[in-house]
Unconditional design. Sequence first.
Lengths: 357, 159
Amino acid sequence: MLWLLTACTGGDANRFQAYLTQEGAYRIGPRDLPTLRDPERIRGALGNAYAGGVLDIDFQTYEITYIPGRDLQVQYVVQGGIAKPLDRDGLILFSFYGHLEDARDSLDAAGVDVSPLFPVSIGVTPAVPQLDLALMPVENAAYAPSANAFILLDDLEDREVPLAANAGVVTHELGHGVFHLLTSGDTYAPKPFDVLGPAANGVSSLDEGFADMLAALVTNDPDFISASWDMPERDVSGEQTSAAVPEEFGVPLPENAQDVTFYDPYPLGSVFAAVAWDVYESTGDRDATLVLITSAVEEWAAREVPVQDQLSEEEALITAYRWLGVLEEIGTPEQSAAVCESVGFRFAGHIELDACI
Amino acid sequence: MHLIFATALAAEPELNRADLGVNAGLAATRSSTGNHRVDPALGLWARKGFGAAFGELELGFVTNADPVPGGTLRRNVYRSALLVGWRGGLRPMHVGFAAGLAASVVTGNDVMALQPGVRFRSDLHVPVGDRSMLVFHTGLTSRGRGADADVGLGWGLRW
């Protein structure tokens, strides 16, 4: 039955139709969004969304800024207390906010405090004045560190589950925010590691890997991206090893030449993420694994950031791998054993942890 | 020379006749994110001349579909508009400009909403024979805090 309203919004909704997921399977259905104060504009305790705006990057400092755009106007009709969007973009926006709520709640429940991240800005298809960025074939939900903003872009192809409605992808992007918070201590601070230095490639892989770890653990789906994108190489329960990372991506090691500009952080990032998934599978304790990986990032950054300028180039190059050592060092005996076993397999021939020998 | 502004032809019976036409084209309709997506659009219009001025009733339709889990989410926008305008130009070819009230009914996801607004339309009428014409138009219709835009090519009849 159709309901006719003289405005697309209005009416009090207590539930919101959105993409719902359970271990990788998606459906459309109603859900609560308790922190969403203004559903028409997507504004709430977690953040405020804007249509457009300007996303800019300073290529000298790699600092990203986001200037908010105009108010959104989600078009929905309230039927039986449920806000039903008239178009898929409305479903995506409710879903994005909902996935953000779920991820925050899961991390809170596990004992990982991500409250300093909120509220965030959510920029929907902002303008990108930098020509070389604007022409890149980018489709994604993204997190812009130092601007503390999520950026939602259109999918280049039609997908049943758009990236911005994929719970794992949203959690992955939140993971970048958590990584930035843990390593810099301030959501609006610049990236703490030299983005053009010898540690940059490894750190960016660890950043991507950490985001995948969070996404896989929070959604309990190691292959979370496959609902939107067929990328078996990103399934963190797979057989990824550093030895299998294609040579052209130059695994950060002293014997490999490094190209910061064209480095692809994902292949090695998936190996890092797979270690965390191994620990979870071995221990069966998801919350403890979440606490372990976040504590390890915090501790690793506390050790590495202050001394990064004092390291030789070879030492700096393997900065990211020392996170594995911290993981083993601060874990429970059961977790540490799992880390040793996993690193022994996944980084065979490249990295050996002293404590595991 | 036939460069005569239609305002000077208010008394000419030709300009007081009615036109009826259909058109097809593209419409960029605003979504919840504020983005516009472009889809095929259809339209129907009826115009009654009063010298250089005219009144027009216009209907438009645009549809789009997106895959979602378990099926397809189809959104339809049905637009009606009541416009008044003025026309002028090289007789009998002429351009018209019109503005008026619009009401868009949007259906999708098993719900429907009525969104009032205003519409602006400009068109170019090119006579083809005695009673028919090619019509190229562009239009802009407000809907909520945003607007839809459309362009189209159509065929009209005069009697």
